[in-house]
Design a protein around this ligand. Structure first.
Ligand code: COA
Length: 169
């Protein structure tokens, strides 16, 4: 839940604070996701720039003016993807991610999809708490190929969750 000292806004064009949160929070994957999928750092600045160029709009939650968490939204064809959800380690599990996902849900009327590592049970749990439902494994590879641009190896080690949109059509 948002406290009076917190606010959510589009992230500025300075990608470094976003990158720093992503790479710090992605430490959670170390030793959890398949070793060949792990990179150190998890994301490079060039990769992040590419994601922004591909249409990922990052929103940030600031507390007392300090960025605490980021979450991206990317419209692709008929859906909105949630991309790159990360909260500063040490500040997780106190509602920052929840406030960001609620905010992005409110901004979208379309079906939303989110992909995450199959091994990241905590992230799956987080999305399920926010109304997302796991897509059957048989449908996952096709969805990942249709809406994401990710390597084949990641396709076989990921899950997709879906949230129905609120628009009529
Ligand atoms: C996933 C993440 C973005 C959620 O943000 P958050 O601010 O921690 O989430 P909230 O406080 O709103 O919600 C917490 C809930 O998420 C789940 N969760 C988040 N982190 C968890 C963890 N380390 N262990 C178990 N459950 C966790 C639980 O359901 C938790 O509820 P609980 O604390 O009552 O058990 C954040 O934990 C994070 O950055 N994790 C590491 C990176 C990651 O997995 N990113 C997801 C990319 S798809």
């Amino acid at each position: 839940m948002l406290t009076p000292t917190m606010n959510i806004q589009p992230c500025s064009h300075d990608l470094l604070p976003i990158l720093s949160i992503i790479n710090a929070a992605a430490e959670a994957y170390r030793g959890v996701i398949p070793p060949d999928c792990w990179h150190d750092p998890y994301m490079s600045l060039a990769e992040l720039e590419q994601e922004v160029a591909a249409g990922v709009a990052f929103w940030g939650l600031e507390e007392d003016g300090v960025l605490r968490g980021v979450m991206g939204i990317q419209p692709v064809r008929d859906v909105d993807l949630i991309r790159h959800a990360y909260v500063t380690p040490g500040l997780q599990r106190r509602g920052v991610g929840g406030a960001l996902i609620k905010h992005l849900r409110q901004r979208s009327q379309r079906r939303m999809l989110v992909g995450t590592w199959a091994a990241a049970g905590w992230a799956i749990d987080f999305y399920q708490r926010h109304g997302f439902v796991l897509v059957p494994a048989t449908e996952t590879p096709e969805l990942l190929r249709t809406y994401w641009a990710i390597p084949d190896r990641q396709i076989h080690t990921s899950v997709v969750l879906t949230h129905p949109g609120t628009s009529a059509g």
